[in-house]
Design a protein around this ligand. Structure first.
Ligand code: PEP
Ligand code: MG
Length: 747
C-alpha cells in the first residue's frame, strides 16, 4: 500500500472524526461527510444511500448530484447499480456506468453527465445499511488504493450509523434498534412468552472506529491477538481426548489466529486510520457477507469459526461482553444465532423463551427446549443484529413469530392470547385428576414423554398417568464423554423415585440419524435416518447397550422395570435385543443384585415393516409403542427434518390412518398392549382420531395432556369413528375437514 494514500486516508478519517464530534444534526453530518470525501478523492460526486426499510434505499446526502433529489430518490434492493451493490454486498467499479449491467437512469439526480461510478456497500456484521458512491465525469477507473480507502470509510460510516450519528428526520435517518420489528421464523416448540432479550453472545459496540496513532493501535492488536492465541491453545489443551468436533473447531480457531493473511489485512486497515477493534470488525463484516453468499456448507462453517474468533478478539480489545448469567434480566428470552444442548441446559428453566437465527426442528437444542417446555422459534433471520439486551420481546411459538420492541396494539393482542392460554390451563387443571373418559365411555390413558430429570416435576401437575417414553439418549447427547454405568443407574433411579411408583418406559439409546454422540466416531452415511442407528447400533456394538441395561436393572433395585427397544424393523431384532436383556438379568442375578419385581420388554414400531411382522412377534412382544415421528416419515418417504416436505402429508391422511388401524387390529387379535408416542399424540385433533381408531394409550409432551384430555372428555369416539370411515368411503385424501366439521357441530 502506497505510503501517500495511507496518509491521505488517515487525513480523511481524521476529518470524519471531527465531523462526528461536532455538535450537529445527522443530516448536517452526512452533508459534511460527502463533501469531505469528494474533496479528498478529487471526484465530482459523492453520495450516501441508506435503507429506509428492508427493501428500499434512499439518497440521504450528495455532493455533486442535484440536491433536490436528496430524500426523494429511492431505489429498491437490486435496482440500478446502487441497488445491486447493496443486494450482492459487492463493489461495482466502472468507467462506463450507462453500459454496465443493471444500470438505471435516474433523471431527477442529474447524474447523466457522470460516466464513472464506484459503489461500496455500507454494512456492519452482515447487516446491510446502505451504499457509498463516488462518480465522476471523465472516464476514470478508481484505483485499488482508492477503493480500499472507500471501504474503510464505508466501515466507519457503518459504525457511525450504528452509534446513531445520523439520526434525523424521515425513515432513512431514524434511530436504529428502536423500531418495532416482526420476525417470521419456524416453530420448534409451541407456547407464547413475553420477556426481555438476553443475547447469548453479547454484542460489542465499537465506539472509536478511527484512531490517529497507527503504531499504538498495532500494538493493541498484537497484544490482543497474543492473548487470543494463548486462550485458544489453553482451550485446545483442555479439550484433548474429549469431543472430536470441538477439537476440530479449536484447531480451526488456532489456524485462523495464526493466519498471516488475516493479520495482514487488519494491519492494513489500521494503517489506513482504523482503530484495532474497527479493523477486526471490518474483516468480520467481510467474512459475514461472504458467509451469507457461500453455498458450500464446509466453507460456511469455517466462516462461522472466523466469526466466533473475531468476537473473542473484540471482547479482549474492548473489555465488553464479559457478562455472566447473573446479569440476566427479568423474564429472559434467549436470543442467539445457535446454541448447543449443554449450554441451553445451563440456562435451564429460568428462560421464558428462545429465539434462534439457525437451529432445526430435530436439533439437540430443540429437543432440550421441548423437554423444558420453553417456547422456541428458529430461523428468525437477523435477530441477533437487530435485538439489544433488555429489549422487550414477544415469542409466539405456535406461529413461529417474534415481535421485537412491539407496538402497543401487538402487546395488547399478545397479552390477550397469553391470558386465554392461562385460562385454558386453569380449565385443564380442574380436570387434572379426572380420567380421559369420553361421553360414550371409552377411557384413554394419557402418559407423558420425558428425557431429562428436569421433566419429572411436570408429572404430577400434568395429570399424566406415567412416563410413556423416556428418551435416554438425551443424557448421552448433553455430555462430552460417555456416561458411566453408576452415573446412569443413579439417574434412572432418581427418575423412578420422582415417578413415585408410576410406570416409566425407558427407551434404550436411540442414537444415529440426527442424534450423533460427540464422543463416538461419526460414520459418514448417505442417509443417516435410514442408516446405522438405534437398535442396529445396539446389536452390532452391544457394549453400550449392555451397560445401559445393567444400569436400568440396578436403578430398579427390586422395583418394576419397563424397557423399550427403538427402531425395531423385524422380529429377529427384537429377539436379539430381548436375549441381551435376559443375559443382563442373569448376570445381575449371579452378582447378587436384586432383580426387578416385574419386567416388561417392548418395541417401538417406527418402520412400516414391523406392522407386517409374523403373528409370533405380536404374541411375543411385551407391548408395542408407535413412534409416529419416524413411522410417518418412512410411510410417506418424507424426511421429518426437511422443511420442504415435512408438513406435506397430513397425519390424518386416509392411507396413514388406515395403516394405523391395521396395527390396532393386529394388536387386538394378540392382545398386545399398544400405545402411540410420536408428537402427533400431543395434538388434540390428531389424538382424538388416534383414539377413534382404537388406540387407548397416548404419550405426549406434558403440556399437551390438558388440551388432549379436555377434548377427549367432550367427544363421542364412536360417532367420530363413523365420520372417519365415511370420509374414507367418500374418497377423501385426509379426514381432517370432515373431523373439523363434526367437531364444530359438537361445540
Ligand atoms: C418417534 O419416532 O415418533 C419417537 C417417539 O421417537 P423420536 O422422536 O425420539 O425419534
Ligand atoms: Mg423415533
Amino acid at each position: 500500500m502506497a505510503e501517500r494514500s495511507e496518509t491521505e486516508s488517515r487525513k480523511l478519517l481524521g476529518r470524519l472524526r471531527e465531523a462526528m464530534a461536532e455538535d450537529s444534526a445527522g443530516q448536517a453530518r452526512l452533508d459534511k461527510i460527502v463533501h469531505l470525501i469528494a474533496n479528498s478523492m478529487g471526484t465530482e460526486v459523492c453520495s450516501i444511500y441508506l435503507f429506509r426499510d428492508e427493501e428500499t434505499l434512499e439518497l440521504c446526502a450528495t455532493e455533486g448530484l442535484n440536491s433536490e433529489s436528496v430524500h426523494q430518490t429511492r431505489l429498491r434492493m437490486g435496482e440500478g447499480l446502487v441497488g445491486r451493490v447493496a443486494k450482492y454486498s459487492r463493489i461495482i467499479n466502472t468507467d462506463n456506468a450507462p453500459s454496465t449491467k443493471g444500470f438505471r437512469f435516474m433523471p431527477e439526480t442529474g447524474e447523466e453527465s457522470f460516466t464513472s461510478f464506484c459503489g461500496v456497500p455500507i454494512q456492519r456484521l452482515g447487516e446491510k445499511l446502505g451504499v457509498l458512491v463516488v462518480q465522476s465525469k471523465d472516464t476514470r477507473d478508481y484505483s485499488a488504493d482508492e477503493i480500499y480507502a472507500l471501504e474503510v470509510v464505508a466501515m466507519v460510516l457503518a459504525e457511525m450509523t450504528e452509534l446513531g450519528a445520523f439520526i434525523g428526520e424521515g425513515a432513512a435517518l431514524s434511530a436504529r434498534h428502536q423500531q418495532s420489528v416482526m420476525f417470521k421464523g419456524a416453530c420448534a416448540q409451541e407456547g407464547a412468552a413475553e420477556g426481555n432479550v438476553w443475547l447469548h453472545e453479547p454484542r460489542v459496540v465499537v465506539t472509536n472506529p478511527i484512531a490517529d496513532d497507527p503504531e499504538a493501535e498495532l500494538n493493541r492488536l498484537n497484544e490482543a491477538v497474543d492473548q487470543l492465541r494463548i486462550g485458544v491453545d489453553r482451550m485446545l489443551e483442555g479439550a484433548q481426548g474429549g469431543d472430536k468436533e470441538q477439537l476440530q473447531v479449536l484447531e480451526t480457531y488456532r489456524m485462523f489466529a495464526n493466519s498471516k493473511g488475516w493479520m495482514r489485512r487488519m494491519e492494513q486497515d489500521i494503517a489506513q486510520g482504523l482503530s484495532a477493534e474497527a479493523a477486526v470488525e471490518k474483516e468480520q463484516s467481510t467474512a459475514r457477507a461472504r458467509m451469507s453468499q457461500a453455498q458450500d456448507a464446509y466453507l460456511r462453517d469455517r466462516l462461522h469459526d472466523l466469526d466466533d474468533l473475531s468476537n473473542r478478539l473484540l471482547r479482549i480489545l474492548t473489555g465488553q461482553g464479559q457478562t455472566s448469567s447473573a446479569d440476566l434480566p427479568a423474564n429472559p428470552i434467549l436470543v442467539a444465532r445457535n446454541i448447543g444442548p449443554a449450554e441451553l441446559l445451563e440456562y435451564g428453566r429460568g428462560l421464558k423463551g428462545i429465539v434462534l437465527e439457525e437451529g432445526s426442528v430435530g436439533s439437540h437444542a430443540t429437543i432440550v427446549a421441548r423437554a423444558l417446555a420453553i417456547p422456541l422459534v428458529i430461523h428468525a433471520e437477523r435477530i441477533t443484529t437487530e435485538a439489544l439486551n433488555g429489549d422487550q420481546i414477544m415469542v409466539d411459538g405456535d406461529l413461529g413469530r417474534v415481535h421485537l420492541r412491539p407496538d402497543e396494539s401487538i402487546v395488547t393482542a399478545f397479552r390477550d392470547k397469553i391470558a386465554m392460554q392461562a385460562k385454558a390451563q386453569e380449565r385443564y387443571s380442574s380436570i387434572r385428576d379426572k380420567p380421559a373418559e369420553t361421553p360414550d365411555g371409552a377411557i384413554v390413558e394419557l402418559h407423558m414423554n420425558a428425557g431429562l430429570m428436569a421433566d419429572l416435576p411436570s408429572l404430577p401437575t400434568s395429570g399424566a398417568e406415567g412416563v410413556g417414553l423416556f428418551r435416554t439418549e438425551l443424557q448421552f447427547l448433553i455430555r462430552n464423554k460417555m456416561p458411566q454405568r453408576t452415573e446412569l443407574a443413579a439417574l434412572y433411579s432418581r427418575v423412578m423415585d420422582a415417578a413415585g411408583g408410576m410406570r416409566v418406559v425407558f427407551r434404550t439409546l436411540d442414537i444415529g440419524s440426527d442424534k450423533v454422540l460427540p464422543y463416538m466416531t461419526p460414520h459418514d452415511e448417505p442417509n443417516p435416518a435410514m442408516g446405522w442407528r438405534a437398535i442396529r447400533v445396539g446389536l452390532d456394538k452391544p457394549g453400550v447397550m449392555r451397560m445401559q441395561l445393567q444400569a436400568l436393572i440396578r436403578a430398579a433395585n427390586g422395583r418394576a422395570l419397563t424397557v423399550m427397544f427403538p427402531f425395531v424393523a423385524q422380529y429377529e431384532e427384537y429377539r436379539a435385543a430381548k436375549a441381551e436383556m435376559d443375559k443382563a438379568m442373569e448376570r445381575e442375578r449371579i452378582l447378587g443384585h436384586p432383580l426387578p419385581a416385574s419386567l416388561e420388554i417392548g418395541a417401538m414400531l417406527e418402520t412400516p415393516s414391523l406392522a407386517f411382522a409374523p403373528q409370533q412377534f405380536f404374541e411375543d412382544v411385551g407391548f408395542l409403542s408407535i413412534g409416529g415421528n419416524d413411522l410417518k416419515q418412512f410411510f410417506f418417504a418424507a424426511d421429518r427434518e426437511n422443511e420442504r416436505v415435512r408438513r406435506r402429508y397430513d397425519t390424518l391422511n386416509v392411507s396413514f390412518l388406515t395403516f394405523l388401524e391395521g396395527i390396532v387390529e393386529r394388536c387386538h387379535v394378540t392382545n398386545t398392549p399398544l400405545s402411540f408416542c410420536g408428537e402427533d399424540a400431543g395434538r388434540p385433533i390428531e389424538a382424538l382420531c388416534l383414539a377413534a381408531i382404537g388406540m387407548r394409550t397416548l404419550s405426549m409432551r406434558p403440556a399437551s395432556i390438558g388440551p388432549v384430555k379436555s377434548l377427549l372428555r367432550r367427544t363421542n369416539l364412536s360417532e367420530l369413528k363413523e365420520v372417519i370411515h365415511a370420509a374414507r368411503e367418500h374418497g377423501e385424501q385426509s379426514v381432517r375437514p370432515a373431523v373439523m366439521d363434526f367437531l364444530r357441530t359438537q361445540s
